[in-house]
Design a protein. Sequence first.
Length: 93
Amino acid sequence: ISRLMGWVGRVVIIRRVDPNAPGVDGALARSEARAAAGDLEGAVASLQRLTGPAHDAMAGWIDDAQRRIEIDRRIAAIRAQALADLVQSSGVR
């Protein structure tokens, strides 16, 4: 039984999904919840507090998310400018 449990322990990883959990599990749960709610900046902020191997493992995702945040900001600025130009050209106040 102990060998079986040892084998299962290598195959199955149990992770707490409580956002209030301390450490890496809590940071991942908080980040996942924020991303699911559409708060990508909050998700990134949760993960940037990680250190060591956990941070290294998430570095690619963090970089991709930061690029997405920058793209979303630029798109919002373009939309705002286009709307301002449209309003100005139509004479609407």
